[in-house]
Design a protein around this ligand. Structure first.
Ligand code: ADP
Length: 514
């Protein structure tokens, strides 16, 4: 720990809460700039909605959500329409304050009119979401899953998922929501921090009993009941990859602002906590992503009234120690050095024209002493991206829109596009014509930017944020390619812009040579 700063550069920096040190010029940091902001409830809901607009079927694992207060009229109108078209639909909604955690400020409602429109909703925006009424129960209790995911690199995208996670149980038997039980948090909310205060909370040293268990113990149980556990895992992997694909555009904007390309800086990685609920039919639903998941391996126990002690929690220890150990193994700078040395060796062998040595050079020499890794258990973190990239790459459209946005940001260090940057984008991509004048371009910029800035949580910088640019881009795509579905409209416009920019770049190179 360096409470007063540090003098020497390090291989790996482990920041407590978020990326915060601008004086790091090499090595690796365990947080990405902007991750905390990117996974906040409102930002996550917006990113998921953008992806759902493009790919409705692929992104139906996130409950339908509305942002309060700005979308309250939309929420009321949509619920009314759905109720009118299906009078037997008796929905429940969950209201969650933005930036809240541990169940703080959360409540359930049966009707949009039950939203507590006190001063707090204005000062503390929230997300209202469809409540999953039929979760999978074990021992008659609702539970959720905390899975650990390592985002090893943003560019190129590398994602690992831990083979085991935690299952956190409610402490009152579950009943579908009614007006009478809506307030019973121990029945509806699975947060450990809430349920620990229930008299029914069971601390257990065993992984398959008690109020906190390993996810693998639940899978064993489901498998013995005949459930298709392989399919469940593959659905979870696809949920994680799709969620990260939804988050990467925003993360890239923060990254280039904090760690500009071409200047010395660290690389980043981050352990994320994914909170997932299983529905009765075993479909996984994403509840939220935690940028700073608790890595505690002990819990507080009340020994006698008012006397607390920290005692080890074997379930937490089993899951979390493996995640941290494997993260360090994967990020190990020595490993990279060893790999580089082997590569150099192999290149040298090739240059010496001794083909019989070359293939062996990438393997451990037979007589070499086993490295320190040989004594460690096998990896619990499994790579899922790029391993399954070919199934998901078509979803990375907003990533390409973000690349355009970043290209026109101009001065490094900003996250918002000015009016000149937007005009240059339109001009360089040749998107303006007799039907869409530069005056109309300015109006589009002003309209969208003003609306996004009026609902922004922080107003540090003026200009167009990524989400506003994405909206403008979708708007241009819809205008240009009217008959196509949205994802095809966006793809067509992207290809056009990329092609025109490549041509322009080629021309500039030629002029440069001339
Ligand atoms: P927090 O960050 O405050 O923990 P969450 O989004 O994780 O907020 O919600 C808290 C708990 O509420 C979850 O652990 C889960 O048990 C329950 N919950 C949240 N959203 C839903 C939902 N859409 N349907 C059913 N239960 C939910």
């Amino acid at each position: 720990q360096f409470p007063f700063g540090r003098r020497l550069p390090c291989d790996i920096y482990w920041h407590g809460v978020s990326f915060h040190d601008s004086n790091i010029f090499s090595g690796q940091v365990n947080k990405f700039p902007g991750m905390t902001e990117t996974v906040r409830k409102i930002t996550l809901s917006r990113a998921m909605r953008t992806m759902r607009d493009l790919f409705p079927l692929e992104y139906n694992f996130y409950p339908r959500s509305w942002i309060l207060p700005e979308e309250l009229p939309l929420f009321v109108a949509e619920v009314r329409t759905m109720k009118d078209s299906n009078p037997s639909w008796k929905p429940t909604f969950i209201v969650k304050p933005d930036g809240g955690c541990q169940g703080d400020g959360i409540y359930l409602i049966k009707d949009p009119s039950d939203i507590r429109l006190t001063g707090s909703i204005q000062s503390r925006p929230a997300v209202v979401q469809e409540y999953i009424c039929k979760p999978l129960l074990v021992d008659k209790l609702k539970f959720d899953i905390r899975l650990y995911v390592l985002l090893k690199s943003l560019e190129p995208l590398e994602i690992y998922i831990a083979k085991d996670g935690l299952s956190r149980f409610c402490t009152e038997p579950y009943q579908e929501p009614t007006l009478k039980n809506l307030h019973q948090v121990f029945m509806h909310l699975t947060n450990y921090s809430l349920n620990i205060h229930s008299g029914n909370f069971i601390h257990s040293a065993s992984a398959n009993t008690g109020s906190k268990r390993t996810f693998s113990s639940i899978l064993c149980r489901l498998s013995s009941r005949g459930a298709d556990v392989k399919k469940l895992w593959s659905d979870i992997i696809s949920l994680v990859i799709k969620t990260i694909i939804a988050l990467t555009p925003e993360l890239k904007v923060y990254y280039q602002s904090d760690i500009p390309a071409g200047k010395p800086g660290p690389t980043c990685f981050q352990i994320l906590g994914f909170d997932i609920l299983l529905m009765k039919d075993l479909k996984p639903v994403l509840l939220e992503v935690n940028a700073n998941p608790s890595m505690r391996i002990e819990h507080e126990q009340e020994l006698s009234p008012g006397v607390f002690e920290n005692v080890p929690s074997p379930v937490d220890e089993k899951v979390k120690v493996a995640v941290i150990r494997d993260t360090l193994r994967l990020m190990d700078p020595q490993k990279k050095k060893r790999k580089d040395t082997q590569l150099t060796l192999s290149v040298l062998c090739c240059r010496c024209q001794s083909p019989e040595r070359a293939p062996g050079a990438s393997e451990e020499p037979p007589d070499a002493a086993p490295g320190p890794e040989a004594a460690l258990p096998s990896l619990c973190l499994k790579q899922v991206f790029p391993k399954y990239a070919r199934h998901f790459s078509y979803l990375r459209l907003v990533d390409r829109v973000a690349a355009l946005f970043i290209r026109f940001l101009g001065v490094k260090g900003t996250t918002k596009l000015g009016p000149t940057g937007f005009r240059t984008f339109i001009r360089n991509c040749k998107l303006s014509n007799s039907n869409f004048s530069m005056a109309a371009v300015d109006i589009l910029y002003i309209d969208i930017t003003r609306r996004w800035n009026s609902m922004g949580i922080e107003h540090k910088e003026s200009g167009m944020c990524l989400q506003a640019f994405v909206e403008a881009f979708f708007c241009l795509a819809q205008k240009k390619y009217k008959a196509l579905p949205l994802h095809k409209q966006v793809l067509s416009l992207l290809e056009l812009c990329e092609c025109r920019l490549a041509a322009l770049h080629g021309k500039r190179l030629v002029w440069g040579c001339g």
